[in-house]
Design a protein. Sequence first.
Length: 178
Amino acid sequence: MAPNKFRALKMGKETFYPISDDENGFTMDWSVEKGGGVPPHLHKFMDEKFVITKGEFKFKMNGETIIKKAGDEHFVPKGCTHSVKNVFDGQSAAHVTFSPSADTGKLFEIVYSLDESNPGKVMNMIKAIYITHKLGLREFSTPQPEWVAKMLMSIVKMMAGFSQWNKLVEKYRHQAFN
């Protein structure tokens, strides 16, 4: 049985609240503690839309810095390198939609499953990214610049070898995703 991916999941300074997942899109509410965010990355298979619901985020996209506050929207087309940081003096939050869903829901099912035995660990996301890569699922995001992505994947593969993550790959290879 697949884990419940529609529950709050806290990892580091981020908390994910998935709402829906179908072939058209994956939606979630996302909160970020002061100073938290995500480094430069891109989504190869989906667009990303943010509706800021609380606080203030700084987006960097195409060499431009864009500040969005509660009530604002921000659209990131697939293939566009971007980063996001909470620059509010407190928690910021957004309603986020990835469209189409690609394999985002499957990634989150794996993360939630890993979280059941190791709650709140950022390493769960790293393991899930490795597992989805090994399963041939469409990747969620790619760190940028490209040399960083290659270096990080090399490190992750070494960690996976030392930690026997291939056993996890086999576990999820046979899991039926919703």
